[in-house]
Write a protein that binds this ligand. Structure first.
Ligand code: PNW
Length: 454
């Protein structure tokens, strides 16, 4: 079977500043610097101080991206590289770096899609007021956004506010245990955690307003979320209805994606949270609920759901131990999550104008360099092939899926897993910083060239 995408389907790759840039001495300190320098937080004690040294190698990296054939690149801008102390003085060299990056992309015919925040909060704001624990963070974020968009908005028209609010709030703050992500703060109640994601939602809302106010030209504004896709166990109408009903009540969907898209927290979620629900001030929900042009969906896995004879009418099913996964504990292979995620969001919201992108999809694999200097990552190819077929199904059935950004262009600093886990289609030899395209790079290049997956 050949799965051809419509003309204009946007093929891309995605990265994030802290994971690739390095050049830590040329920017302010981020919470990920502090977190990764704390013994025991990151596997093998890796940090992002050098990462892929992309700041010094971006021209070669973009040339390799152009060879891959992508016409779209999603990268993120580091807040502490722009405003080292989080608020106040601007680092002109930091702005100049992104200016050159964008100019180079445009020279190669690649459209820049900029994420304004991908987890690297300025440490100064963490020290001053606890970063996301304070409402002040949202205002400081919006001021930072204004600086960036004023400077780069003449060349960037695709903006994404914050990447995966769930990860830097609900995995950055832990109740009674040290969480897996920065800032790694232990809190007493889950209310405090929900308060951090509420503040991040406020940042999203104020950020949208700041982008539109500062942009010198019409632009597209998106939220990027890793909402959890609920996959019906069978395609019976009962299981499909159960999966759709489960969607706003699964993971943090009802408390992150919902307020941003509908202007209210899912009422059932609030009832379930009870005294752990965040404090919501008058006007907050209107601020959070900004008009959006597109929605970025980061999809790696999902959860199976079936109809059940209980009060809710559904149940989510745990994965058995032997369920196939890629090289991360949570990375259960569930290609249908891509199709169902796009479908539920479209069917539930009935907002056909909202353009949906897969803003990340990919996997970690145990890549090895052969003696011939190749990386034969056949498992990654298999993974990508299945998820792209699922993407094709969504497009084929008329859902507004506009493009696909593969995570990720090259191996990088994979957060708490450091350099141990490789997600790239380009192998990075961290000892020499040499880039070696993997078999999946060539496979993806062929997909892009033919505009199809088989
Ligand atoms: C995303 N989960 O994070 C991030 O946006 C990337 O920066 C990261 O490198 C990539 O996925 C791979 O980890 C996720 O637990 C982290 O399901 C955790 C989960 C999903 C995505």
């Amino acid at each position: 079977m050949v799965y051809t995408f419509p003309p204009g389907f946007q093929w891309g790759v995605a990265t994030a500043s802290y994971q690739i840039e390095g050049a830590a001495d040329a920017r302010g300190v981020s919470v990920w610097d502090v977190f990764s320098q704390t013994p025991g937080r990151v596997l093998h004690g890796d940090t992002g101080a050098i990462a892929c040294d992309h700041v010094h190698r971006f021209r070669d990296d973009i040339a390799l991206m152009a060879d891959l054939g992508v016409r779209h690149y999603r990268f993120s801008i580091s807040w502490p590289r722009i405003i080292p102390e989080g608020r106040g003085a601007v680092n002109d060299a930091g702005l100049a770096f992104y200016g050159e990056l964008v100019d180079t992309l445009l020279e190669f015919g690649i459209t820049p899609h900029a994420t304004l925040f991908h987890w690297d909060s300025p440490q100064a704001l963490e020290a001053e007021y606890g970063s996301w624990r304070s409402r002040q963070m949202a205002q400081d974020y919006a001021d930072y956004v204004t600086v960036v968009v004023k400077k780069l908005g003449d060349r960037i028209t695709h903006w994404m506010t914050l990447n995966e609010i769930f990860c830097f709030t609900h995995i950055g703050y832990g109740v009674g245990h040290v969480p897996e992500m920065a800032p790694g703060t232990v809190v007493k109640t889950s209310k405090e955690v929900w308060q951090t994601s509420h503040h991040a939602l406020l940042a999203h809302g104020l950020g949208c307003q700041a982008i539109r106010a500062a942009s010198p030209q019409p632009c597209q504004v998106a939220l990027v979320d890793n909402y959890l896709a609920t996959v019906p166990l069978t395609d019976t109408p009962a299981d499909i209805a159960a999966a759709q009903a489960a969607f706003p009540l699964t993971g943090t969907n009802g408390g992150i994606l919902y307020p941003a898209l509908t202007g209210e927290y899912n009422p059932q979620l609030l009832a379930d949270l009870g005294k752990n629900a965040p404090d919501i001030l008058p006007g907050d929900l209107a601020t959070i609920h900004q008009p959006l042009d597109s929605l970025g969906f980061n999809v790696y896995t999902g959860v199976y759901v079936r109809a059940a004879d209980n009060a809710r009418g559904f149940e989510s099913l745990p994965f058995p131990q032997s369920y196939p996964r890629m090289h991360m504990p949570w990375l259960h292979i569930l290609p249908d999550s891509l199709y169902w995620g796009v479908r539920h969001i479209s069917d539930t919201l009935q907002r056909p104008e909202l353009r949906v992108f897969i803003s990340e999809n990919g996997c970690a694999a145990q890549d090895e360099l052969t003696s011939a200097g190749e990386v034969l990552d056949l498992d990654r190819i298999q993974y990508l092939q299945q998820y792209l077929r699922s993407a094709h199904r969504a497009v084929q059935e008329g859902y507004p899926l506009m493009g696909y950004f593969l995570w990720t262009f090259m191996d990088n600093f994979e957060w708490a897993y450091g350099r141990d886990r490789r997600f790239g289609v380009t192998y990075v030899d961290f000892a020499t910083q040499q880039r070696i395209p993997k078999a999946s790079y060539h496979w993806y290049a062929h997909c892009i060239e033919e505009n199809r997956v088989v």
